[in-house]
Write a protein of this length. Structure first.
Length: 140
């Protein structure tokens, strides 16, 4: 089940978020355009997605699935939810950045029609970041 994150989710989300950033709490301080959703399975949060919808565009910030639950289509469902929300909100496109060595992420994004748009040299602690974009059609 995908649902909006609530305050009681903070401890587990901080634990997961620390894999991206040691501070952990920054995930909750993204501003009024941010959408933080969790994926619950058997009353346990096993993943999350954080994206922003800013007027006519969407930006995917983070998508994470607990290692124990990977390869169960959870990231797929979270990304699908994000794309549907962006379309419903009238967005023209969705952008994201991914580490050049994140093959699972690259594969997922390519399945959804994201295209490589640019390289951000040394963006991830010395490794390149790939900027990807997916154009959205009004009739999707």
């Amino acid at each position: 089940m995908i649902r909006k994150a609530v305050n009681s989710d903070f401890p587990i989300l901080c634990k997961y978020y620390k894999e991206f950033d040691e501070k952990g709490f920054d995930l909750f301080n993204k501003g009024p355009f941010s959408n933080l959703l969790v994926y619950e399975k058997d009353q346990e949060i096993v993943g999350f997605i954080n994206y922003s919808i800013i007027y006519n565009r969407a930006e995917l910030d983070y998508i994470y699935v607990d290692e124990r639950y990977r390869r169960n289509n959870i990231a797929y469902e979270l990304l699908e939810f994000c794309i549907e929300d962006a379309i419903t909100s009238g967005c023209e496109n969705i952008t994201l950045e991914v580490n050049e060595h994140n093959q699972a992420g690259l594969s997922l994004y390519e399945k959804f029609g994201f295209k490589k748009a640019a390289i951000r040299p040394k963006y991830y602690h010395g490794e390149d970041g790939i900027l990807m974009i997916r154009e959205l059609k009004k009739d999707e």
